[in-house]
Design a protein around this ligand. Structure first.
Ligand code: BES
Ligand code: MN
Ligand code: ZN
Length: 494
């Protein structure tokens, strides 16, 4: 796993670096680069004059200026008046990704004042740091090293004119969030034969020890004792034992924010088995869990004054002679009976036990993140996660955290009419309502187990991983929801 280990903020004058990236708006050569243009023998002026670079969003060009050993990368952020947290984060990610492929061990990113637009220095420092981590992340662990391996990008500097303390404060936060997100992605990317429920639990324990947080792991016996019937039903088809992870950051005490993450380490569908095409992507079915663990990595580093509890039910969904079958009826932790129509609707079976277990913490609110339904991908695609919940104020708070983090969300209606989708003929509820409004039916199912606290559910099936590379990231895990969770929690600590 590659991690950015050193991140600093400095003034640009005289800063020596083998790889200089410069964030610029779409407006011709900015006056802040006059000296750099002169130092590169007019290379920048010629580039702009030829119309080979405009500074559009996500546009990058790599130069080897005459007389200089260093590489010079220009990254566009689009029109200065549109420059925002999201675009600057993307620019930093694009810079780090390009530096990584070039094999540069360190990178300096100069934020021109023109590209910053009206963003506050603290905000800019935060999102640039986040972006540098995001663009730097890659996973090469399972490939044999080539004879002449490229060094990992390990050091990055953010270069700014003035206000260094403000940028530094923002960058420290962005560094912690970025580190948490890299942890989330590094868990997501692991194959199912490595990242089992026991492995996830061991990672949670290690994380807690690293940062002095509380962590309790319920093993099979403890899960039985708790009567987590949903988690046990999914687990019974697999040779791997389930685990139920409880993490706690004490913060300032009081009622906690509870974060729940779906931790299905591989989802075959069970007896209602999935088609073979793209089934390998179901190693990502623990992405909600990764977001929760990544958030605790951030909490451990920043120690904000807010109490947070993390709950991760983790299990493998397999078909076997002992697997749960369509038509089986089970009793959940909450006490409600569930008719299992489709064993592939397993996420809601483990989440409902976590939502029920959450009641004992008297939560201020509960947020859950889950790669829950293929239907959310049909409804919203890959740029936005679906949200549903019981409280308009909380939904709005989550939406704002989504905007700030660049991990946007969009609401689906959890209206009463949809409740009928999960009515069972013989049990309290059934776990599948078939094809119509699949994401909302899943939301309604979860809602049946929410009692005594405001709640928002995030369906991240379309956003947790990507089968397309872009300028900021390779194919694969996105770490989605970790940054959103972080913004939400930090918002409550202020
Ligand atoms: N893990 C899947 C959802 C999923 C699909 C995640 C595609 C990422 C990409 C979930 O457990 C599932 O299988 N859901 C079913 C529910 C259905 C049987 C009611 C689905 O969406 O088809
Ligand atoms: Mn499934
Ligand atoms: Zn699943």
């Amino acid at each position: 796993m590659t991690f950015l280990t050193t991140l600093k903020v400095a003034a640009p004058a005289g800063y020596a670096t083998p790889f200089l990236a410069v964030a610029v708006p779409q407006q011709g050569l900015p006056s802040s680069l006059t000296a750099l243009d002169a130092a590169t023998g007019g290379a920048l002026g010629r580039l702009y004059a030829a119309g080979d670079f405009l500074g559009k969003k996500d546009e990058v060009v790599l130069l080897h200026p005459p007389g200089s050993a260093q590489r010079l990368l220009l990254v566009g952020v689009g029109k200065a008046e549109d420059s925002d947290r999201n675009q600057l984060r993307r620019a930093a990610a694009a810079a780090a990704k390009r530096a990584g492929t070039a094999g540069a061990p360190s990178l300096a990113l100069y934020l021109t004042p023109e590209a910053r637009g009206s963003l506050a220095p603290r905000d800019a420092g935060q999102v640039l740091a986040e972006g540098l981590h995001f663009g730097q992340w890659s996973y090469r662990e399972l490939k044999r090293p080539p004879e002449d391996p490229k060094p990992d990008l390990e050091t990055a500097a953010i270069l700014v004119d003035g206000d260094l303390a403000e940028y530094q404060a923002g960058a420290a936060l962005g560094d912690a969030i970025g580190g948490g997100q890299s942890l989330a992605r590094s868990l997501q990317v692991l194959p199912g034969n490595t990242c089992t429920p026991r492995y996830l639990a061991a990672q949670a324990v290690a994380l807690a020890e690293r940062h002095g947080l509380r962590c309790t792991v319920l093993d099979l016996a403890a899960i039985r004792k708790e009567q987590m019937g949903g988690l046990l039903a999914v687990a019974q088809g697999s040779a791997e034992e389930p685990r139920f992870i409880v993490l706690e950051h004490a913060g300032a005490g009081g009622k906690p924010v509870v974060l729940v993450g779906k931790g299905v380490t591989f989802d075959t569908g069970g007896i209602s088995i999935k088609p073979a095409d793209k089934m390998e992507d179901m190693k990502y079915d623990m992405s909600g869990a990764a977001a929760v663990l990544g958030t605790f990595e951030m909490l451990g580093r920043c120690k904000p004054a807010v109490r947070v509890v993390g709950l991760v039910p983790t299990v493998e969904n397999m078909p076997s002679g002992t697997a749960v079958k369509p038509g089986d009826v089970i009793t959940s932790h909450f006490g409600k009976t569930i008719e299992i129509i489709n064993t592939d609707a397993e996420g809601r079976l483990i989440l409902c036990d976590a939502l029920s277990y959450a009641r004992r913490f008297e939560p201020a609110c509960v947020l859950d993140a889950a790669t829950l339904t293929g239907a959310v991908v049909v409804a919203l695609g890959n740029f936005v996660s679906g949200i549903m919940g019981t409280d308009d104020g909380l939904l709005e708070e989550v939406r704002r955290a989504g905007d700030r983090s660049g991990e946007r969300v969009w609401p689906l209606p959890l209206w009463d009419e949809y409740r009928d989708l999960i009515k069972s003929d013989i049990a309290d509820v059934k776990n599948s309502g078939g094809r119509p409004a699949g994401s909302i039916a899943a939301g309604w199912f979860l809602r049946e187990f929410v009692e005594g606290y405001p709640w928002v559910h995030l369906d991240i099936a379309g956003t947790a991983y990507s089968d397309r590379e872009d300028v900021t990231r390779p194919k694969g895990p996105t770490g989605v929801c970790m940054r959103l969770f972080s913004e939400f929690v930090l918002g409550r600590s202020r």
